[in-house]
Design a protein around this ligand. Sequence first.
Ligand code: TMP
Length: 212
Amino acid sequence: MTLLGKFITIEGGEGVGKSTNIACVESFLQAQAISYVKTREPGGTPLAEEIRSLLLAPRDEKVCEKTELLLMFAARAQHLQQVILPALQRGEWVICDRFTDATYAYQGGGRKLSLDTIATLETVVQGGLQPDLTLLLDVDVGTGLARLGNREQIDRFEREQQDFFEAVRAMYHQRAKQFPERFRIVDAGQPLEVVQKNIIHYLQQFIASSAA
Ligand code: TMP
């Protein structure tokens, strides 16, 4: 199977400004006349969005860690087959708001599930597919949580405590260290124009290295 498009993922903890910065990635690609599909995880297809709703809804019943993990990968399997792989095969780029690095960070780091178990499911669902570029938006946990503010609707993950998000952030850093060729860490605590300048710099660098 030949994948002609590029697969870019945007990662980070809560309140790092993913939406605003994904809009910046989109404007850049549009200016380069690169056709792309923007999507997200968990979600990205009608069925996967239903699984997202199940995962994010606060509920009285405790959601077992392994249930959460399997639902993440169930949504991912659907999303990959229905959206991501077909787009890459058509030669379009895929801009995905979170992917499997989020599973390592949240279910591995946050929930303390075995990284080997996650890796096994990753292979089952993805084979060898990995993002070509991962932009990790990074900000200290206190700042990120403060940015979430006092929203009325907070989802099941946003209800977690600071130590959970510290573990998520630490695992993102561990992943970035493990895969330096595809990860670029963006300091999202800087003023927005600086953050976006850095993102564009990394995208330009990525395009130049892909063309070489
Ligand atoms: P969002 O806030 O980026 O829309 O993502 C929804 C939540 O899902 C977020 O709190 C992170 C969480 N999540 C996981 O726990 N594991 C995963 O694999 C993914 C993709 C998201």
